[in-house]
Write a protein that binds this ligand. Structure first.
Ligand SMILES: Cc1ncc(COP(=O)(O)O)c(C=O)c1O
Length: 364
């Protein structure tokens, strides 16, 4: 089976992890600090704070912004469920917002209609490797006094108007889960320009204390630290990031050229202000279910789009029945992501393109 996504892991990661294990210092220390510094340099964010996954990164930012019980946070309806679950974890209520037909990111005009006295923040999600319209998000936030928490879980390397996403607003979270552009196995980074948000986040992840080695805790906190093994993998992966981004662009270009004559496949629109990273190459496809089944039988794994929040069994009854979620429902019904890993070979890529043609030629 050609996997839809697979990380590029080799001796580089092994050597970094081996050094950590040989040092016997496995909990967060110097390698994690290096990982944070490397991410700061890459993104340009003043603070990059490592935590054990992207979900707790979102949670920490929400708590640092004092968002909790009685507050509402506007979240796009088409996202991985962790975006809204982090809001619930912080004690607040996620309000599902329609997404735009072209980019599938948050529809800021629709978001404006959802604002009320309880609304404290908006959480744009940079979906499938491109950016939400951060100009529109920031203008809305300024006009209504909202905090902005960017869910940049899928968006390492992604820029909007020449700046890396994740710190346009108050703070943002990147994930290093196994399927992301680069991975630590599990891992997350908080990005922020704010010294005070950074300080609270560092405390929150370290049992409420500002430094290790003390057992007097001024604040209530938890343990969200990364391990040195995760950071070691991350340091090696960061070295590979430029090559991964380049290869993903080649894969994207090959699919675009290969399917240019297929009206049954419609690529997602890329906002010209965005410098995307094609984490996944995705399309709206005619006969999506049959196409996915056909490709599976040819040994090609694909992935459908996220199930929108208003259709999630765990959120039954949550969505406002008067809000129009047809864009996310339609994306869920028609969206397909094709194999997009760095390690995909040209032969595999050509085979996939040929098989998609074969599918539409034969029966559809
Ligand atoms: C959009 C989005 N938000 C949040 C997360 C949560 O990140 P993590 O799995 O690192 O907790 C993910 C992915 O995993 C994601 O894709």
């Amino acid at each position: 089976m050609i996997p839809q996504i697979q990380p590029w892991i080799d001796d580089d990661e092994w050597q970094q992890v081996k050094q950590v294990i040989e040092s016997t210092y496995l909990t967060e220390n110097k390698v994690t600090e290096k990982f944070e510094t490397d991410i700061s340099l890459l993104t340009g964010a003043k603070h990059a704070i490592a935590v054990f996954n992207g979900t707790v990164a979102l949670y920490c930012i929400l708590k640092a912004l004092n968002i909790g019980h009685g507050d509402e946070v506007i979240v796009p309806n088409l996202t991985f469920v962790a975006s809204s679950n982090a809001v619930i974890m912080a004690g607040a209520k996620p309000i599902f917002c329609p997404v735009k037909t072209d980019t599938l990111c948050i529809d800021v005009k629709a978001a404006e209609t959802l604002i009320n006295d309880q609304t404290k923040a908006i959480m744009p999600v940079h979906l499938y490797g491109q950016s939400a319209d951060m100009e529109a998000v920031m203008t809305l936030a300024e006009n209504f006094g909202l905090k902005v928490i960017e869910d940049a879980a899928q968006a390492i390397g992604v820029e909007f108007n020449g700046q890396h996403v994740g710190y346009y607003g108050d703070g943002g979270a990147i994930s290093f889960y196994g399927n992301k552009t680069i991975t630590c196995g599990e891992g997350g980074i908080i990005l922020t320009e704010s010294d005070s948000i950074a300080e609270v986040c560092r405390r929150l992840k370290n049992h409420g204390r500002s430094r290790r080695g003390t057992f007097v805790h001024e604040h209530i906190g938890f343990n969200f630290s990364m391990t040195e093994m995760q950071a070691a993998i991350g340091v090696a992966q960061l070295q590979k990031l430029p090559a991964i981004i380049k290869r993903k662009q080649q894969i994207y270009d090959a699919y675009m050229t290969g399917f240019a004559d297929l009206p049954q496949l419609e690529p997602l629109f890329i906002d010209p202000r965005c410098q995307p990273v094609h984490w996944f190459t995705s399309f709206y496809a005619e006969n999506r279910v049959e196409l996915a089944n056909y490709l599976r039988n040819q040994g090609i794994q694909t992935r459908i789009f996220f199930c929108p929040l208003h259709l999630q069994p765990c959120y039954e009854g949550w969505a406002d029945p008067d809000v129009d979620f047809s864009v996310s429902t339609s994306a869920y019904e028609r969206g397909i992501s094709l194999p997009s890993s760095y390690i995909l070979t040209d032969e595999e890529l050509n085979f996939i393109i040929a098989q998609v043609h074969e599918f539409y030629k034969s029966a559809h």
